[in-house]
Write a protein of this length. Structure first.
Length: 400
């Protein structure tokens, strides 16, 4: 008997598997609304002008490829802190934040989970219902018990905020609460600033451990506005964690650039946390890669390039909003029964469409429109060439 005999077969990742099916579909009308990737008007991942401007100079940096420190590029970690918390953040000025470069947002979550496993191994990680599919795998495989708090209410077509507060209020002290900082994946429904205030208050009162996941900073309202929840937690004095990613915001999917930040009570605690976090990194991959870190840190440290990047990022945001409006107005103009205002009230790349499993399967099999069985659709996959086809497809499956 092999040492691997008892290993069960794990079903393929539903999102990546959807992309495989899309790629294999020969129909020219097909539309990929499944994968969580920003696609431009041409249906392809764009290369940002700010990124291209930096890349043309990178080959001249030299042929040697030394290790980065375990914590990553110092230039990048400084840029991460200022982008996530704001350059004038009291937490930064007091030295209360320990930040490390990670392998994108997924790596940030895993490194954060690794440190929490040292301090809170018996804690339950509470995540929104629903949440990004990989959240459960990351924290479950790190050894944590998993729980959920109410978030999406299909009848309200919005957040069950009363249920959320009740569930957090009943959480055991020390529970880890995973929160989406903005552009909630998969629903597209975000907390308001006033609701963030209530969440912060209850986390402080219950001595919970907030862990904010921010993969889409700038895709909702703006860089600072999308970090409102983070700023409120930083001002509360409560220790917490933030994972951030540059995959979507810089189009650097394959370079795996991200960061984990631990907000502590004082500079001494931050130093101890950093020492332990580096040991977590050492035990998993030792050192992060250089190339993507150089691109991001150079852009964020160069005022002209940073301004160009923000302009492009907000262009992505506005194109998604335009596609949301086109989808809503198209369905309304076609006379499809129902209230489609939720499409434009959601934020970010994703929309919880409200379509059921059978309808989503019909979209794929009959109309070559690919979304997840949960009803999640990526609005960035829409463009002026496929919007009419997608509207017609959705209308057909709704009307039966």
């Amino acid at each position: 008997m092999s040492v691997f005999t008892r290993l069960p077969l794990v079903p393929g990742d539903p999102i990546l598997g959807m992309t495989d099916k899309f790629n294999a579909d020969p129909d020219p009308r097909k539309a990929n609304l499944g994968v969580g990737v920003y696609l431009g008007e041409d249906g392809k991942v764009p290369l940002m002008a700010a990124v291209a401007a930096v890349e043309k100079d990178i080959p001249a940096l030299g042929a040697a490829h030394p290790y980065l420190p375990m914590s990553g590029s110092p230039d990048l970690t400084k840029a991460i802190q200022e982008l996530v918390f704001g350059a004038n953040s009291e937490a930064l000025q007091a030295g209360r934040v320990a930040s490390l470069q990670t392998l994108a947002g997924t790596g940030a979550l895993r490194i954060g989970a690794g440190l929490l496993a040292l301090t809170s191994a018996d804690a339950t990680v509470m995540m929104s219902d629903p949440t990004w599919e990989n959240h459960e795998s990351i924290f479950g495989r790190a050894g944590f018990k998993l729980g959920h708090y109410r978030y999406y209410n299909p009848e309200l077509r919005g957040i069950d905020f009363a249920g959320l507060l009740e569930d957090l209020g009943n959480a055991a002290s020390g529970s880890i609460v995973l929160l989406h900082a903005c552009c909630h994946n998969p629903t597209g429904y975000d907390l308001t600033p006033a609701q963030w205030d209530e969440v912060v208050t209850i986390c402080v009162a219950r001595e919970l451990v907030p862990f904010l996941d921010m993969a889409y900073q700038g895709f909702s309202v703006g860089i600072r506005e999308d970090a409102a929840g983070i700023e409120k937690f930083a001002n509360s004095g409560l220790p917490f964690l933030v994972a951030n990613s540059f995959s979507k915001t810089f189009g650097l999917y394959g370079e795996r650039v991200g960061g984990i930040s631990y907000v502590t009570t004082d500079a001494d605690e931050a130093e101890r946390v950093m020492s332990q976090a580096k040991m977590v990194v050492r035990s998993i991959y030792s050192n992060p890669p250089t190339y993507g870190a150089k691109i991001v840190s150079t852009i964020l440290a160069t005022p002209e390039l940073k301004a160009l990047w923000e302009q492009e990022l907000y262009g992505y945001r506005d194109r998604i909003k335009a596609m949301r409006s086109a989808l809503r107005s198209g369905l309304e103009a076609a006379g499809v029964p129902g209230d489609f205002s939720y499409i434009t009230s959601q934020a970010g790349m994703f929309s919880y469409s409200g379509l059921d499993v059978e309808q989503m399967q019909r979209l794929r099999s009959q109309f070559h429109v690919y979304g997840l069985d949960s009803g999640r659709m990526c609005m960035a996959g829409l463009n002026t060439r496929n919007i009419d086809w997608v509207v017609g497809a959705i209308a057909s499956v709704i009307e039966g």
